[in-house]
Write a protein that binds this ligand. Structure first.
Ligand code: ADP
Ligand code: MG
Length: 413
């Protein structure tokens, strides 16, 4: 799921994070310097004189403080995303200038850095932004490398090593955050999908119910008319065909709405396939497609809901035919696999499915056809799931598609 960073909730989250960051930044920055320049020298030989001399001196504090109103302005203006970069780059810039003035051309040993640099690295996962994480890491390492080169001083190495180690830890945190967010998002999407299906299903069941009865009388009357005037009107076959098409769409839709308690009964897969082929025969002839069926029989009966399996194979064979607008061959192979499962493959020589579409196939309403419904594969996969089976689709663009269905022969009840 792609989330726009302009969503008010996310802006709110970013504001919270950046406010927290600013607090920590200023508190740490100043306490560290007070400690370093005022407390440490009192008790040890370390630390600086009372206030930093050399470099930008007291100006460094004034400049750093000036960043605050600008940051607040941007947070208020509704562009909080910018603030973290602004603080980072300004800090690095001020620090580089300060150090160059302090150490350039002197023999003073390089001893720089404020503990807030560690805050930059450690806090970076909180923004849950990979780009920012890398900007911080590379920015701070880059700063020390630049100083090392300009000042010819190898003492920049320890802070670089510390930054690398901390970045490694921060990157683990960041990766964990991302994987957690990703799984939350997919759980949410699954839920969303389910809810969508429930609503579609209820609507479909209601509408389907209303459509079905008039549809079957319509078909009956059309057939009757056709029998009465056998040579009169060659629109009848087309009318019947279109009625069948509506019927199959209604069937697909209705499957979504039904509470599915399947009654498994023994049925012959040979008969199911034969029925499917008889239903699709007309379309096969019309499109100039040939069908080769290889049944490694005799096959044992299978526990299934016959009507539903018929729907599965009608959907799959229809898709195969529709994938070959210029004709071609469909190869259907049925056998019992080595694991004792029924394995059915339907292979066509059609236009194939692109890699990015494969993932979407079982989404409701995903279709690439002008008058497709995008329900066929979704219903198909649902029925196969309900039969504890498996659906696999392999496809080669321009070469064809192989749909592989595996079904257990017996169902545990
Ligand atoms: P519909 O057939 O109404 O489009 P389906 O759910 O049956 O809906 O199929 C969804 C999409 O999957 C199709 O639009 C098509 O792009 C693709 N597809 C399915 N089967 C095949 C196939 N055998 N060859 C090529 N594309 C296929
Ligand atoms: Mg279809």
């Amino acid at each position: 799921m792609k989330v726009s960073s302009n969503s008010p909730k996310l802006i709110f989250e970013e504001k919270k994070a950046i406010k927290l960051f600013l607090w920590l930044f200023y508190v740490l920055f100043f306490t560290y310097d007070i400690y370093f320049y005022n407390i440490l020298p009192k008790y040890t030989d370390y630390g600086g004189s009372k206030i930093p001399n050399g470099g930008l001196g007291i100006w460094i504090y004034i400049l750093i403080l000036c960043l605050l109103p600008v940051s607040i302005y941007y947070i208020k203006k509704g562009n909080p995303y910018f603030v973290k970069y602004f603080i980072l780059f300004s800090f690095i810039f001020i620090d580089v200038i300060d150090n160059i003035i302090k150490y350039f051309g002197t023999t003073t040993i390089f001893a720089s850095g404020n503990i807030v640099e560690l805050l930059f690295v450690f806090f970076s996962p909180v923004f849950v932004n990979k780009k920012y994480f890398w900007t911080v890491t590379l920015g701070i390492i880059g700063k020390y490398m630049l100083l090392g080169i300009v000042l010819h001083d190898p003492d920049v190495l320890p802070p670089i090593v510390i930054t690398v180690i901390l970045s490694a830890i921060a990157s683990i945190l960041l990766t964990r955050f991302f994987s957690y967010i990703n799984s939350l998002t997919s759980v949410y999407e699954e839920l969303h999908q389910k809810e969508k299906l429930v609503v579609i299903g209820q609507m479909a069941a209601a509408i389907g119910h209303e459509i079905r009865n008039p549809l079957s009388s319509l078909k009956g009357f059309t057939q009757l008319q056709q029998e009465r005037n056998p040579n009169g009107n060659n629109f009848y076959p087309i009318m019947i065909q279109e009625i069948d098409r509506i019927n199959s769409i209604v069937n697909d839709l209705m499957y979504l709405g039904k509470p599915r308690d399947i009654k498994f009964e023994k049925a012959s897969i040979e008969e199911i396939i034969a029925y499917t082929l008889s239903i699709t025969q007309q379309q096969v002839d019309r499109e100039g497609v040939t069908v080769e069926t290889i049944i490694a029989g005799p096959l044992p009966p299978i526990d299934c809901e016959e009507k539903q399996l018929k729907q599965v194979f009608i959907n799959l064979i229809k898709n195969a035919i529709e994938a070959m607008p210029n004709g071609g061959q469909i190869r259907i192979k049925v056998e019992v696999s080595a694991e004792g499962k029924l394995s059915i493959s339907i292979e066509d020589e059609g236009y194939g499915i692109s890699e990015e579409n494969i993932a979407n196939l079982v989404e409701p309403f995903f279709t690439t056809k002008k008058d497709g419904t995008g329900l066929g594969l979704m219903v198909t996969s649902q029925i196969i799931k309900d039969h504890n089976g498996e659906l696999k689709i392999d496809s080669n663009i321009g070469k064809g598609t192989k749909v592989h269905v595996t079904l257990p022969l017996t169902q545990k009840i």
